[in-house]
Design a protein around this ligand. Structure first.
Ligand SMILES: CC1=C(CCC(=O)O)c2cc3nc(cc4[nH]c(cc5[nH]c(cc1n2)c(C)c5CCC(=O)O)c(CCC(=O)O)c4C)C(CCC(=O)O)=C3C
Ligand SMILES: [Fe+2]
Length: 381
């Protein structure tokens, strides 16, 4: 079978001429918090109380979200990884909700002569927020550039990377490191709580492609993919620690939306309460839903859940997120080369751990539907 390195290094990414790192964006000063939240929530019916509350989370940290600094770090790490591997592919960065805005980055890419762009969204899983919404953002930006009379760009979003070994392995190590932070006598009995962003249950159920085997499971692809990651990490931790039956659960955090609309549960704080009542000795929280230490991790876990645990007298530790781990940057390089080879008509090896297998390259038209109304989206069949 042809390997992904079937052409000389400088041309290995062909037909792509650039990579775009596409992320959420966050404020970097107190005056930016409210305009940022207005961008995030435009037309989405998030209750005012929730926005004021979320604004406070940002103000507590001087109005600075950690996400942009983390993306700058990832951008630098990707450039260094590509350079070290002899891959000549410029890397750019643009966001959905804050500067550098996606449309400005795409305009710059067009001006620099790029036409065929691979896109890595900093969201590992299927779902409207992490997949289609980014593709809608791409469609909006491309429409703006077309209206400005600029040459056409083609954007291809790389597949979901939740089960790529370069994403899983750093999380296994991080879980073991967090376990080691607990007092020695608590390590064997410590439970694992895998956390991710809660989303409306209806959005969870419709996540993934209709023909995706993961979509057929209760909770849809979003939950099935997170469960697959939790199982992979649990198995590896069992092997490394020799504790075979360590309790674990997938739980949720950062719920918003109106109270009468069902969202995925239980919340991490309720979970800690229940586990403490059931006699748990300690809990390790592993934020598998987040690629880096976003505000959700810094506030909802490190501040809120840690305070809850202290109130309960339950020892907790929090596993680090993947961030700019060299295994992850190497995985991104592999994903670019893999997709490039596929686009050249080859059948490259598609690295993925666990039973769900490698995710699709091109989203179906009805994959991860918009919960409000259908809108144009780029990078789909
Ligand atoms: C699945 C998912 C991810 C993970 C995938 C991905 O990474 O994309 C994610 C990431 C993020 N979410 C973030 C921030 C916010 N998300 C909000 C609102 C919402 N998120 C949702 C889902 C997700 N969100 C949903 C269903 C809503 C409700 C309304 C809506 O459909 O929009 C709101 C509004 C207030 C509130 O409701 O909390 C804020 C401020 C930040 C930046 C953090 C920082 O600054 O470090 C990041 C990385
Ligand atoms: Fe969010």
């Amino acid at each position: 079978m042809p390997e992904i390195r079937d052409v000389p290094a400088p041309a290995a990414a062909a037909p792509y001429d650039a990579l775009l790192l596409l992320s959420f964006g966050g404020p970097e000063g107190p005056e930016e918090v409210v305009p940022f939240l207005e961008n995030v929530t435009r037309g989405r019916g998030i209750p005012k109380e929730r926005l004021v509350e979320v604004g406070q989370h940002y103000f507590r940290f001087g109005g600075v979200s950690p996400i942009n600094a983390q993306n700058r770090e990832l951008l630098a790490a990707l450039r260094a990884d590509f350079a070290a591997a002899g891959l000549e592919l410029p890397v750019y960065w643009g966001n959905r909700n804050w500067a550098p805005f996606l449309v400005d980055t795409l305009r710059e890419m067009a001006e620099d002569g790029h036409r065929r762009i691979a896109v890595l969204a900093t969201s590992a899983y299927a779902g409207y927020s992490g997949c289609r919404q980014y593709r809608e953002n791409l469609a909006d930006a491309l429409a703006t550039l077309a209206a400005e009379g600029r040459p056409a760009l083609r954007v291809d979003k790389l597949r979901h990377f939740y089960n790529h070994p370069g994403f899983i392995e750093p999380m296994i190590d991080a879980t073991l490191t967090a376990l080691a932070e607990l007092p020695a006598e608590l390590r064997e009995g410590a439970e694992l709580a895998f956390t991710t962003h809660s989303i409306p249950t209806a959005m969870a159920e419709s996540s993934g492609a209709p023909d995706d085997p993961a979509r057929g499971t209760p909770g849809g692809a979003y939950v099935a993919q997170h469960l697959a990651v939790a199982e992979l990490i649990t198995q590896a931790v069992a092997k490394a620690t020799g504790v075979a039956d360590r309790p674990w659960q997938l739980v949720y955090q950062s719920r918003s939306g109106a109270p009468h609309i069902p969202w995925l549960e239980p919340d991490i704080c309720d979970h800690l309460t229940v586990r403490q009542q059931d006699g748990a000795e300690a809990v390790v929280m592993i934020p598998i839903g987040f690629v880096s230490d976003h505000m959700e991790v810094k506030y909802d876990l490190d501040t809120e859940a840690v305070a809850k645990a202290a109130e309960l007298g339950l020892p907790v530790a929090r596993a680090a997120t993947v961030g700019a781990d060299p295994r992850f940057t190497a995985a991104v390089r592999e994903l670019v080369l893999e997709r490039a080879a596929t686009e050249r008509g080859l059948a490259p090896r598609r690295c993925a751990l666990g039973a769900l297998g490698a995710s699709h390259d091109v989203c179906a038209v009805d994959c991860c539907p918009n919960p409000r109304a259908p809108r144009p989206a780029a990078a789909q069949a």
